[in-house]
Design a protein around this ligand. Structure first.
Ligand code: NAD
Length: 345
């Protein structure tokens, strides 16, 4: 059985990655589109066999409540709109898959979690790397001790923010993006540190560097370097940037071996190496379609009434930690976190 998805927002990521991936999914199918641009929606509907009666705009969105073909709403809008559309989807009685970052503030995340609970529906955050085979293998090796004791995780995510690209225009506006490189791609560095160690950070320190004369960084930050301390003593050294050429990697340094995944959070063509004192070997496993795997994970969780692996609480945790990163940078001193990611002083 396949559950029906409504895709909300027909932007770059929805059109190029998500919608084409339904063809590789086993328990998910595309049944509805929500867009402010009817012509675009009609073209997409035609290409992917979506019934024209299942095209909605942002005003008629709430009428999805009357459409039994839609089980799950996948929100792929600018970050500041995630909370509103998640709550409206729950009110319509649907389950929700929401893009990262979950929302702009911790309060919004809490509202989203509460709305899902009250509706008795599932909420999952689209942390695709946690459904991607190379990342899963790196997690397994790290957690099962194959690298020895993990002492350090480093991760870097950077790219050039381009004001000519529509998808980057709202990313320069704080009211839509919520934050800069940290919210957009630093979240992958943060996620890597958390899922590799399986621990929650207890302290964060941070530096931010943005060129004030660069119009791209009038409202949102450019370069962020932050460190996390985990309860076991493991440290993470993490970065994100909107002004350096593309990088999406992490490294895990253990007492027996180190592991490099570079690229780590690409859509495909991941490369993994493990290095010991004696040898360096390449680890090759079959690539999978992480987007299809992610959607199928939620579909199966709904059908089997299980909590998804990356629920709203996971998204809330990251938003709290990213807020602490901003605070640590602003105050110029480390910020302590409790186990939920909330600042404890
Ligand atoms: P995009 O600009 O290409 O898509 C956003 C869509 O929202 C556009 O179609 C736009 O028309 C629509 N929209 C509706 N209301 C809007 C408004 N008020 N202002 C601006 N746009 C509005 O951006 P994108 O790169 O596709 O990102 C969309 C979301 O997906 C973001 O939350 C982003 O973080 C996430 N994303 C995730 C990944 C991933 O790998 N998981 C990759 C890219 C983007």
């Amino acid at each position: 059985k396949r559950l029906g998805y409504a895709i909300v927002g027909l932007g770059q990521f929805a059109l190029n990655q998500i919608i084409p991936s339904f063809s590789e999914s086993k328990s998910s199918k595309l049944v509805a589109l929500v867009s402010g641009n009817r012509d675009k929606a009609l073209q997409v509907a035609d290409r992917y066999g979506v019934d024209q009666k299942n095209i909605y705009d942002y005003q008629s969105f709430d009428r999805i409540a009357d459409n039994d073909e839609i089980d799950i709403v996948y929100i792929i809008l600018p970050n500041a709109l995630h909370a509103e559309y998640t709550v409206r989807a729950f009110k319509a009685g649907k389950h929700v898959l929401c893009e990262k970052p979950m929302a702009v503030t911790a309060e919004e995340c809490e509202t989203m979690i509460r709305a899902g609970r009250e509706a008795g529906r599932k909420l999952m955050i689209a942390y695709r790397a946690q459904y991607e085979p190379y990342n899963l293998e790196a997690i397994r090796m790290s957690r099962e001790g194959e690298l020895g004791k993990i002492r350090l995780v480093t991760s870097d995510h950077g790219r050039i923010l381009d004001p000519k690209v529509p998808a980057d225009q709202w990313r320069m506006v704080k009211a839509l993006a919520g934050g800069g490189s940290l919210y957009d791609i630093g979240i992958y560095s943060l996620q890597a540190a958390r899922y590799i160690t399986g621990e929650e950070p207890v302290e964060v320190s941070a530096h931010i560097s943005s060129d004030a004369s660069d119009p791209r960084f009038k409202e949102v930050e450019d370069l962020v370097a932050f460190q996390l301390r985990f309860p076991s003593g493991t440290l993470a050294n993490l970065t994100s940037s909107y002004s350096t050429s593309s990088v999406k990697r992490f490294q895990v340094f253990g007492s027996k071996a180190s592991l490099v995944l570079d690229p780590a959070t690409e859509y495909e063509r991941h490369q993994m190496k493990v290095k010991t004192e004696k040898e360096e070997r390449r680890v090759q496993i079959p690539e999978g379609n992480q987007f299809a795997a992610e959607m199928d994970h939620l579909s199966n969780a709904v059908m089997e009434n299980r909590e998804p692996k990356t629920p709203g609480e996971e998204g809330l945790r990251d938003v709290r930690i990213m807020q602490a990163v901003y605070r640590a940078a602003q105050e110029g001193r480390p910020v302590s976190l409790d186990t939920t990611g909330a600042t404890s002083r």
